[in-house]
Design a protein around this ligand. Sequence first.
Ligand code: NAD
Ligand code: UDP
Length: 312
Amino acid sequence: MKQILVTGGAGFIGSHLCERLLNEGNAVICLDNFYSGSKKNVWHLIGHPGFELVRHDVTEPYRAEIDEIYNLACPASPVFYQYDPIQTTKTSVFGTFNMLGLAKRTKAKILQASTSEVYGDPAEHPQHEDYWGNVNPIGIRSCYDEGKRCAESLCFDYHRIHGVDVKVIRIFNTYGPRMAVNDGRVVSNFVVQALKGEDITIYGDGSQTRSFQFVSDLVEGMIRMMATPVGFTGPVNLGNPGEFTMIELAEKVLSKVGGKSKIVFRPLPADDPKMRRPDITLAKKELGWEPKVSLDEGLDEVIAYFRQVLFQ
Ligand code: NAD
Ligand code: UDP
């Protein structure tokens, strides 16, 4: 039985990952300070003999004997990460630093949840892992983008200097059940707005694109990445290459939910990337991985989930 630490384990992605790791017979320490996650996300796991929930802030060192670390702690929604941007940078940088120190001491493998945001507002499309990105270092998204870039840099230095077995993944927009109703990201916003009969808020003219990955596909990719041989570090893109404008997404959600919501346009936030689509050639080759859940199937699940959360 492996002892696995999941930081940010009470968050949206972390809770699905904890569940999957427990189902595979591992012991899981779920570490979270509940900044953007919630005990509710892992309530159903409490009482499982392999599960331990620890309230802890990753900006402080943590000690445990473990075999693997999935470092997910960090708010991911722009609304949450911009609410306390200094804490966001501290979480990414000091948190990753602390987890790398733990990995070094215990000789654990560590998977770092990096992001497509390291590519910024990309000048190359689709984004391949070799692209160095186009990030505003002083804008409102910098706390997240530069925090995650610095975290990657730390991972590679710990690998080069101390031989730590790091695995870096760059996650593209991921959605699914257990996103918070007030998360603020586009899929949950549109679905919640449509279900409540409220206006669907498109920021800007809605021509910007994103590629949406369902959470179960991501979790599969994370587990495959952790299982790669020592020395395979990535970074590896994990995302669904289907690309949609925000108008297309709004129309899809509206046609599925029905109701009387109208589309309204709101100002585009600063530095909002104009397009995003992963090149997943490397993940296919090294992990034998590609996403299986289409946006249509995933949206149906998310709509059913939020219907239950909002109305039952
Ligand atoms: P989330 O906000 O639901 O989960 C993040 C979790 O980290 C929360 O439970 C939060 O309380 C916890 N956390 C935040 N700061 C912490 C701290 N200082 N100490 C301990 N715990 C802390 O977001 P998510 O969508 O589940 O994202 C998980 C990870 O995946 C993040 O690192 C994020 O950057 C990365 N990621 C997510 C996406 C996506 O589309 N969901 C895309 C790219 C990268
Ligand atoms: N967006 C939108 N309406 C919303 C929330 C977001 O039009 O209610 C847009 C946002 O401006 C961005 C895209 O949807 O262009 C994806 O936003 P999200 O916050 O989900 O993720 P990110 O910008 O980090 O990719």
